[in-house]
Design a protein around this ligand. Structure first.
Ligand code: SAH
Length: 242
């Protein structure tokens, strides 16, 4: 009887063994660090290899430069709408143009069409000084605030017409234009230092456009035609409203 009871208790005991640990809960769908890792991996997979450029792309939080409505897409590889009917460029194109510009730490850089300020922020991580010019005051104000909030103090955004450049701050070692020009703006060529490089999207406003790299040499401009792109147009004059 006792032995039987013992067996029963024993058996009962065995059946009451602690249940195996539950499998871990699935990860939340949105994990900021994973999104940022995939962002960097995507740039590498598409061929961006300059370590300094990759570091700058890793450093600058794109989420700070997109509208709240698009915060979830901040690290997706696509252009997004910003105020004044403009766009913040696709991250791959930002990284590609930056790589092609060949920025060195001692360089002074002009960016034409500063929009959100994101490209200017990337350039500011690589250059001594960056001047950005933008035709919409609303965008200028917002870009200045974002850059100041991040403590990027070697970059200044001015309101004006990028076709005219910023002659009072010239010459520039590097110039990047981030709106499509139908022809190379001569004022920008004039403001480029000897041996300087300019990267810009060139072509009709309705496309096809191509990124072009111009190098200013003693014998004139050397031209390299690079990848096909689609940019908002470089429009003449400073915007009257906004
Ligand atoms: N580089 C920006 C995106 C560029 S979108 C970023 O990182 O967010 C192109 C920008 O060029 C727009 O903001 C547009 O207003 C500006 N733009 C177009 N024509 C211009 C001109 N003539 N002078 C200055 N800015 C101009």
């Amino acid at each position: 009887m006792l032995r039987r009871l013992g067996r029963l208790i024993g058996k009962g005991h065995a059946e009451n063994r602690p249940t195996p640990p539950r499998p871990p809960k699935p990860r939340p769908v949105f994990d900021a660090s994973i999104v940022r890792m995939e962002f960097m991996l995507g740039l590498r997979q598409r061929g961006i290899s300059d370590q300094k450029v990759l570091h700058a792309m890793d450093d600058v939080p794109r989420a700070n430069f997109v509208d709240q409505d698009h915060a979830d897409d901040a690290y997706a590889d696509r252009a997004l709408p910003i105020a004044c009917g403009q766009t913040i460029s696709q991250p791959y194109v930002v990284a590609y143009m930056t790589e092609q510009l060949g920025v060195k730490p001692e360089h002074r850089v002009l960016e034409v069409g500063s929009g959100s300020g994101y490209q200017a922020a990337i350039l500011s991580r690589l250059a001594r000084e960056v001047v950005g010019i933008e035709r919409y005051r609303t965008l200028v104000e917002a870009a200045r605030q974002r850059l100041a909030a991040l403590g990027y103090d070697n970059v200044e955004i001015v309101a004006g017409d990028g076709f005219a450049g910023v002659p009072e701050r010239a010459p520039f070692d590097r110039i990047m234009v981030t709106a499509a020009a139908e022809e190379v703006p001569q004022a920008l060529v004039d403001q480029l230092a000897e041996g300087g490089v300019m990267v810009l999207p060139l072509g009709p406003h309705a496309g096809p456009q191509r990124i072009v790299r111009l190098t200013k040499t003693e014998d004139g401009l050397k031209r390299d035609n690079l990848i096909a792109v689609r940019f908002v147009p470089l429009l003449p004059g400073q915007a009257r409203e906004l």
